[in-house]
Design a binder for this molecule. Structure first.
Ligand code: PNS
Length: 164
């Protein structure tokens, strides 16, 4: 049986830190499904479809693209994980400050479904300070984020935020 992990998130937008995490997960699991939360409980800059498309485009030439799928996540994460016969949720940890939120989510997900485990993977040191939020903040103020997000994403960020 292939091992399938779900990597959920807002991905508003995807960053090179997310891709680093994905590559680390691919060393452990046969297949990784990137699940883009349609309603992340935050006001996203990009619609779910735009976030989904940006991930698809960013992965189009990736050497391991055959082992990666992108999907839209509606409703409860644990229900989605079960519906595709996956058993593991993958989340990234950058710093201790991530831990409290992640710990709470992991335990709630375990309460909702005891058969699904959450695996935490440490982000590569190179990306430790990167988040979608800080990337948007930099672009909003006219800063350059090339090398921190896929090229197509950088262009879309400039296009979207320069109009505001
Ligand atoms: O990138 P984010 O915003 O930290 O990701 C949060 C996400 C999407 C993983 C979380 O909000 C989620 O799982 N949403 C789906 C709805 C759900 O199952 N919520 C309960 C989680 S304890």
């Amino acid at each position: 049986m292939p091992t399938i992990a779900v990597y959920p998130g807002s991905f508003d937008p995807i960053t090179n830190g997310h891709i680093d995490l994905l590559e680390r997960a691919l060393k452990i699991f046969d297949e990784v499904i990137i699940a883009v939360a349609a309603n992340p409980g935050k006001e996203p800059l990009f619609t779910a479809e735009e976030r989904f498309e940006m991930i698809k485009e960013s992965m189009a030439d990736h050497p391991q693209r055959d082992r990666v799928k992108v999907d839209l996540l509606q409703g409860l994460l644990v229900d989605y994980v079960r519906s595709i016969s996956a058993t593991t949720i993958v989340r990234g940890l950058r710093a201790v400050s991530d831990f409290e939120y992640e710990f709470q989510m992991a335990l709630m997900n375990r309460k909702l479904n005891t058969e699904i485990e959450t695996a935490f993977i440490m982000t590569g040191m190179r990306w430790i300070y990167i988040s979608s939020r800080i990337i948007k903040e930099v672009v909003r103020s006219g800063g350059d984020v090339s090398g921190l997000v896929p090229d197509g994403v950088a262009a879309k960020l400039v296009e979207r935020l320069s109009k505001r």
